[in-house]
Design a protein around this ligand. Structure first.
Ligand code: SAM
Length: 358
């Protein structure tokens, strides 16, 4: 269904721009819309248990997202768990497509997915108003891939998903690969070829201490400089200038002009000083940093209001919104200056990556 005919959802009483106490403008919201996942990737999931945290209704996520948009958020990325498992996803994307930023522009809408269900959903998602997807893939060899996901047939499904997304125009299509030394770093040359052959932007990500077990060590991280050197052994690269100050990936073109890769180096070349992100967990809690030690329960605040009724309903909702926006504003003031990966006394975050949303 086309979204062109749907009326715009105006943001009521837009407020200030969301700036933290370190002067960073926060304009990028990542929302986990389910804690469930159909993969149990070996390097960050123990394989035991499944979802741990609740899901809100789609209407509740929309209400919370609208509050952030009213404070200056311009980009919303849906994640999980696995967001394509979420019932009501297409309707949610449609509603997000009707929202406008405080400058009156459509939101920049993206999803991060493992791609397993994307072959069937790419076109409906595009038609619902989604702009881009990022697909997580940690290997290009089918057997290695399936050893990582612990799901037989997963490579074929994800490859079909990637191709459908490209055909549907969910582009530029990004593929994120988290690298662990001695585990999947032998996939680097294969991914370089994959980027060129499939016309996708492959981005290698340094492994961060966000897993359920205790795998992380500085030695397991494959640093940006090494990834570049290993690709250049086969394919010379040309570094590209950043498009904006908040760009997390260092980008490179292949020297012959065919294809692009990126490297996201949160460990060896941290970009916290330019962080523009805030996260909302599947159970409606704000996380100001991937490595936060606490969540801030926005949903509990919403639930604490009595059920609305009577003729002053609209004013009541607006008063509640104002209170919730103040809560978000205050929470953002406590956003951490930076992470402390690799430093003595580093504390693991209060949730692992699957329960935060990447
Ligand atoms: N299910 C979706 C997916 O697969 O993209 C969304 C959630 S998943 C947690 C998001 C991303 O986080 C995946 O690309 C995953 O590889 C990445 N990730 C998980 N653990 C990580 C870690 N310790 N360091 C860096 N990235 C990690």
């Amino acid at each position: 269904m086309s979204t062109a005919s749907l009326p715009v959802r105006p943001i009521l009483s837009p407020s200030r721009c969301l700036t933290d106490s370190h002067g960073r403008v926060i304009h990028d919201l990542r929302v986990s819309i389910t804690d469930r996942c159909n993969y149990k990737c070996v390097y960050f999931r123990s394989g035991e248990g499944d979802e741990r945290y609740n899901e809100l209704s789609i209407a509740e996520y929309l209400r919370l997202i609208e509050l952030f948009v009213g404070l200056g958020i311009t980009k919303v990325r849906l994640t999980g768990g696995e967001p394509l498992l979420r019932r009501g996803l297409l309707e949610m994307v449609q509603e997000l497509g009707r929202m406008r930023t405080i400058d009156g522009n459509p939101l920049d809408l993206a999803i991060t997915t493992n791609g397993h269900m994307l072959a069937a959903l790419a076109k409906p998602l595009k038609d619902s108003g989604l702009h881009r997807v990022t697909v997580s893939m940690d290997a290009v060899d089918a057997p290695v891939f399936e050893k990582i996901t612990r799901v037989p047939g997963s490579f074929k499904a994800v490859l079909a998903g990637v191709r459908s997304a490209r055909e549907a125009g969910l582009t530029p299509l990004k593929i994120n690969c988290v690298l662990l030394r001695g585990f999947n770093d032998d996939q680097i040359p294969g991914f370089a070829r994959f980027a060129r052959e499939e016309n996708v932007v492959v981005r290698f990500i340094e492994f961060m201490p966000l897993e359920e077990g205790r795998l992380w060590s500085p030695q397991i991280v494959v640093p940006l400089t090494e990834v570049v050197a290993r690709i250049e052994a086969t394919f010379p690269l040309v570094a590209l200038p950043p498009r904006d100050a908040g760009e997390t990936a260092r980008r490179y073109n292949f020297a012959d002009g065919v294809g692009e890769i990126g490297i996201i180096a949160p460990v060896t070349q941290a970009f916290c000083g330019a962080c523009s992100r805030v996260r909302l967990t599947s159970d409606g809690k704000i996380r100001t940093c991937l490595f936060s030690q606490t969540d801030h329960d926005l949903y509990a605040r919403l639930r604490a209001f009595p059920a609305p009724h009577g003729p002053s309903h609209k004013e009541t909702i607006e008063a509640e919104n104002e209170e919730l926006r103040s809560f978000i504003w205050r929470t953002i003031q406590g956003k951490e200056a930076r992470h402390h990966i690799g430093e003595p006394g580093f504390l693991k975050p209060s949730r692992s990556m699957v329960h935060i949303g990447g």
